[in-house]
Design a binder for this molecule. Structure first.
Ligand code: PMP
Length: 360
């Protein structure tokens, strides 16, 4: 088989070693002569699986004891609604820091449930660049502050933490989760859909400080109520067991690769290779300021829609899949999540050089 590299933004690549293990165990999981999909989620073996998965995930991020980890459904978008339902308190207001499509969408959904103030983090200019991130003067007016550390569509990553004093900071980490080390204790809550760095679509991870659980508005549906989910091992209804299982394999795999320190280094090496190439090229352009360049989603364009389309089509013929940028932005996007080997980035650059020579 010709080698292909999949640059999809999500659902995205899953490490080959994980897929091979799942394949090996598919018909006979844990000696049960049945697959993991066909056993009770409350059975001993599955309960052991989820306990181990949580332990491994906690180890990867060094999650403090006063944080709960929930494995929910409904994707990140489900959380856009669950967050205000659960975290809205006496102040009745939330601050949404926006930096692109997903943070804006989160703010729009939250407006269904509470008063939302929005602040654009991006400065006016040709480049996508964040400005001042100190909100400690206004944050006491809000029940929580929400932001998106990595905007998947534009490739804007915010490495610095917004300053919000003692107000809980809530982060949509859908496309940056497990890509680099973070200090969990700086956050009130973190959430992420699984389909980029954790596993397949269908499961959503929530990491939440315990004192923020238990204040949901009364009419909150049970499946969205963090207190109910925390009390019932994230199993108030039947969970997506196969997705959970695959996530458990991904966590084990990441630990075997040296954990987040090693993963972060690899991600930095991959991103540097691609951004250095883009910086040295006059043919391709990336419009994200250096300090905000995403390690996971690298956007670029030739500046010409027709050439971009040819690039995407010819890249595909060369085994480089899913390089089309998101429809709201156009151009190209290479998503280089944890599972993308450096060889994939090298192959992309080789193709980009060839395409540039042919079309200059
Ligand atoms: N937030 C971010 C940063 C995303 O990248 C996405 C999906 N690409 C979402 C939210 C929405 O996720 P879901 O489809 O799981 O609801």
């Amino acid at each position: 088989m010709t080698q292909v590299f999949n640059f999809s933004a999500g659902p995205a690549m899953i490490p080959t070693a994980v897929l091979e293990q799942a394949q090996k165990e598919l018909l006979n999981w844990q000696g049960q002569h049945t697959s993991v999909m066909e056993v009770s989620h409350r059975g001993k073996l599955f309960m052991e699986l989820i306990a181990q998965a949580e332990q491994d995930f906690r180890k990867l991020y060094n999650i403090p004891k006063n944080y709960k980890v929930l494995f929910l459904q409904g994707g990140a978008r489900g959380q856009f609604a669950a967050i205000p339902m659960n975290l809205m308190g006496k102040k009745g207001k939330a601050l949404y820091l926006t930096s692109g499509h997903w943070s804006l969408t989160a703010a729009k959904e939250a407006r269904l449930f509470c008063h939302v103030d929005e602040m654009n983090l991006l400065e006016v200019g040709d480049e996508l660049k964040t400005g001042n991130l100190d909100f400690s003067d206004i944050s006491p007016n809000y029940d929580y502050v929400h932001y998106c550390p990595n905007e998947t569509i534009s490739g804007v990553e915010i490495f610095e933490l917004p300053k919000v004093g003692n107000t809980p900071l809530v982060a949509d980490m859908s496309s940056t989760i497990l890509s680099r080390k973070i200090d969990i204790s700086q956050f009130g809550m973190i959430y992420a859909g699984a389909q980029k760095n954790l596993g397949p679509a269908g499961i959503t991870i929530v990491i939440i400080r315990e004192d923020l659980i238990g204040n949901a508005r009364q009419e909150t549906p049970s499946i969205w109520n963090y207190a109910v989910q925390a009390k019932s091992d994230s199993m108030i209804n039947t969970p997506p067991t196969f997705a959970w299982y695959l996530c458990s394999l991904v966590f084990k795999y990441l630990l075997s690769q040296g954990g987040l320190k090693a993963i972060e280094q690899r991600n930095q090496d991959k991103a540097k290779l691609l951004y250095d190439y883009l910086d040295n090229s006059t043919f391709y352009h990336n419009n994200v300021a250096k300090k905000n360049r995403s390690l996971m989603n690298v956007t670029f364009t030739t500046g010409n829609d027709e050439l971009n389309s040819q690039f995407i089509a010819q890249a595909l013929e060369n085994g480089l899949q899913a390089l089309k940028g998101h429809k709201v932005l156009g151009g190209m996007r290479a998503s280089i999540y944890n599972a993308m080997p450096i060889e994939g980035v090298q192959a992309l650059i080789t193709f980009m050089e060839k395409f540039e020579k042919q079309n200059q």
